[in-house]
Design a protein. Sequence first.
Length: 238
Amino acid sequence: MSSSRRPTTPTVMVLVALLLLLTGCAPPSTVGAGTPGAAAPAPSTSPGSASPGKDAPPRTSRNSGTAPGRTTPAVPPVPQYRATLGPVEKEKPEPARFRAGDIDIDLPVIATGVADDGRMQLPESNRDVAWYEFGSRPGDRAGTTVMAAHVDTLAEGLGPFARLRDLDRGDKLEITDSAGRSHSYEVTDVDDVKKSAVELDQLFRLDGDPELKVLTCGGPYRRSTGYRDNIVVTARPV
């Protein structure tokens, strides 16, 4: 007959409690006593088993898992966080129409980028207004919304933007976007600036207060070089 004995029921319960502590789980109320994480009492020897001699040290159960007089430290709580993604920001609609009622302009808007020569790309017709799609949009909280059109073309002659120089401070501009929303602006400046003096970092900026910049060509014209200047209209949202 083997001398090893099967662990008693209290010992099995102690082992279960220790496993739960090591895995960070709180032991069920049926295991141990007191608050979760407290050490369970050590099991006693079975009735009828041989007791240690007078000079022998007291025996401890190999299955208790703790030294005499020591308690198992409480397991700290594990923080939990909700893994919820925030809402995806929707892209604002593009501008679709430009109006300047004081100078009788009402034209469609086309999104454009950069031409082969490095300048802002413009539509072929002077009856279309270009919007620089890599800049700000109407309704953005910062940066400039830049729009431009030819002052004239060989096939069409002078276009509506030839009247852009006639705008005055306080005149109203309006942009309607592809969702049908209207964005209103008030003219603050109308400047005739040499093309070589235009501050491009200020014209095509993505920070600072929101503004609308509307451009066309102006100043003296030479067949070899074209128009010398730009007419630059600055407006603020209202």
